[in-house]
Structures are given as C-alpha cells and as structure tokens.
Design a protein around this ligand. Structure first.
Ligand code: PLP
Ligand code: COI
Length: 351
C-alpha cells in the first residue's frame, strides 16, 4: 500500500529564476521538500511542502551531540523525458545502516521511496536535461528532540531536499596523501554517512588546500600506510593495466558508485583488484612510471580524475593517458544511468 503523503503545494514556482545552463553543485534548490517527524516513538505522515527553513529548539540534540546522517543520490532524465534513479534501494539501506550506528530510528522503506517518488513527480521540471547535469537528491535525518542530557534524542526529522546540479569538481583534482590526520578509526563511524565525518575532514582538507591541493587522500588512522578514500569519494588506482581499490571496512564508506564500478570494470575485462594498497606501492609506481591513473568515484563527483598527488614534500604528476579507464568507466556508468545502454543488473529505476 502506498504511503499516505500530505501535499502542501507552493503557490508560485521559482524555476524561472534558475539558469539551467550554468548550474552550480548543490546550492540552488527545487520548489519543494519532504519532511517527516518521528515523535512519540513513531514516524508521522510525511509532508511535501515549500523548500523552507526548519525551526528547532536551541537544545535540539543535533546542535550538541551531532546525531545527523545523510545520503546522496541523483535523478536523471532520458531522451524520452522519463525520470530515472540509480540503485535507490542501496541508498535507503545505507541510510538505515547509518541510522543504526548513530542511534537514529530507521526510516520505513515506504516513507523513503514513496516520498521520494512523489517529491520527484511534483518537482519534475527541476530535473535537468542537459548532459553532465542532474537533480542531486539529499535525504537526511537528524535529532530534533531537546535536552542537554548526552543521550539519544526522543524526536527526529527525516527530510529530502533536491538541487539541480552541475559538476562537483571543475576539471582534474590534485590530492595530498594524509600522514597525520584521519577521518575514521576502527570501531568508529567512518562507514556511516554521518555529518560529523565530514566536519572532521574540513580542517585537514583546508591545510591541504593551503598547500595547493584540492583534496586529501585518507590513509588508515593507525599507520597512515594504506590508501583508503579520496575526500568524499572512494579511490581507484591504476598500476599498469590493473585497477585497484581498497576493500571496505569500518573506516570506509561502502560507495554505490564504487561497487558499480567494480562490476562494470569486470564486464569491460579490466583487471580489477579489491585489495589493500599501500602508499609506498603507489609512490614506487609513480617513480617507475607504472602509475597510470588515479580517480575518485562517488555520486556527487561521478568519476573524478586525479592529476597528481603530494606525499612527504614531493609532488608526483600522473601522465595523460589515452583511452583512460576513468573516461571509459565514466561513460559506461553515465550511459547506464541515463538509459543510453542496456541495464543487465536492474540498477536503473524508472519512476
Ligand atoms: N566516500 C565518502 C566519504 C563519501 O562521502 C561518498 C559519497 O557519497 C563516497 C565515498 C561515494 O559513495 P557513493 O558512490 O555511494 O555516492
Ligand atoms: C555524494 O557523493 O553524494 C556525497 O554525499 C558527497 C558529498 C559530501 C558532496
């Protein structure tokens, strides 16, 4: 049975004020949002209403204890104007995995999926059609309940906002391999999409930016010898013709783009290894000229080639590779997402 959703439509759309040919990432918002409260031990009727501020008590636990998690998804249009999502149930499941770790009540599938579908129906005109743009979808949940007691809140909000968006990065990125700071530790919340994971990245990332890099490559917190993630992306490294990505762990987000790329690489007969990769292996490959590509993969950034990296006061440039795995895989995954190719795995969901 479809979830009952209360609709409070806006009076006048602001879509005419948006330049769809020059979309930033995640800072122009569609007309509506979905909001659903968890109170007295139960999720209430979700409401779709104008995108608008949320009013909270100053003692809401989100402000003090950071119970906050989110997801990142995209909606696409194909040439017949169908609305498409990519593996949305994976986002739903991961949100609830994050919820469990942060002591946030799980969101029922009906509220997540039916709510998202309705929101996309209502704001359908906001899904960009030009190549490279999409509607970025941000579902999130946080503690709205009050009190300074350091314990889980008794009330929560689930919200979905959407933002027609262009590319996350303009062009190639350079990265600094982190030797001191860590974004996650064993037993911690690195595998969850918890807001605090991102807050913890800002300071070391700022230090890297001041040194002239765009992003940090996170290494393990214990030895800083193993390559783990690239900012808010999973990382792939090509040495000769082998593509390598780190296995997921407590410390690494189980990226949906990552697992799709692993499968698509195998389908393309790319030699794909999921294994631990050390910084010294990457540096040695760079010195030997066998390090051909590095790229980050994630919903927001899609596939983002890395032009070079810094480590221990030395800079290493990556070569310009003809027919790079990054461009092949980017085309393969975006063609699949936008209904330009067959979808053997049923990853595409047409609304
Ligand atoms: N790693 C981190 C830390 C992220 O924030 C993201 C973004 O969602 C990813 C990896 C990529 O995950 P996905 O492909 O599911 O978007
Ligand atoms: C995404 O790729 O959707 C993310 O959540 C990354 C985000 C921090 C911009």
């Amino acid at each position: 049975m479809a979830t009952h959703i209360e609709i409070q439509p806006i009076e006048k759309s602001k879509i005419d004020t948006v330049d769809f040919n020059n979309l930033p990432f995640g800072s122009v918002f569609s007309d509506h949002m979905l909001e659903c409260d968890f109170i007295n031990g139960a999720w209430q009727t979700p409401v779709i209403k104008a995108y608008s501020p949320i009013s909270l008590d100053p003692s809401s636990k989100i402000f003090h204890y950071g119970q906050s998690i989110f997801e990142g998804m995209k909606a696409y249009k194909d040439t017949d104007h169908n609305t498409l999502l990519f593996r949305p149930l994976e986002n739903f499941k991961r949100l609830n995995k994050s919820a469990e770790r942060l002591m946030i009540p799980e969101i029922p599938e009906g509220i997540f999926m039916d709510g998202l579908q309705k929101l996309l129906e209502i704001d359908n005109q906001w899904i960009p059609t030009n190549e490279g743009s999409s509607l970025y979808i941000r579902p999130f949940m946080f503690a709205s309940g009050n009190g300074f007691h350091a314990s889980p809140a008794d009330a929560y909000k689930f919200v979905i906002c959407t933002a027609p968006s262009g590319a996350y990065f303009a062009g190639k990125v350079t990265v600094l391999i982190e030797e001191k700071y860590a974004r996650a530790a064993n037993g911690g919340v690195g595998f969850a999409k918890a807001g605090g994971n991102y807050a913890a990245q800002f300071y070391p990332t700022q230090l890297a930016i001041e040194k002239g890099y765009n992003q940090v490559i996170w290494t393990d917190d214990h030895s800083h010898q193993y390559i783990e993630e690239a900012g808010a992306m999973n990382i792939f490294i090509r040495i000769n013709d082998t593509l390598i990505t780190s296995p997921t762990s407590d410390r690494i987000l189980d990226g949906i783009t990552r697992k799709s790329i692993i499968q698509l690489s195998k389908d393309l007969n790319i030699d794909m290894e999921v294994r631990k990769i050390t910084v010294s292996e990457v540096v040695a490959a760079a010195q030997a000229g066998t390090l051909l590509e590095m790229f980050g993969a994630g919903t927001a950034a899609v596939i983002s080639p890395i032009a070079g990296f810094g480590y221990q006061n030395s800079d290493y440039e990556l070569p310009e590779v003809k027919d790079s795995y990054a461009s092949l895989l980017k085309k393969t995954i975006t063609d699949l997402q936008t209904n330009k190719t067959e979808d053997p795995y049923g990853w595409r969901v047409q609304l």
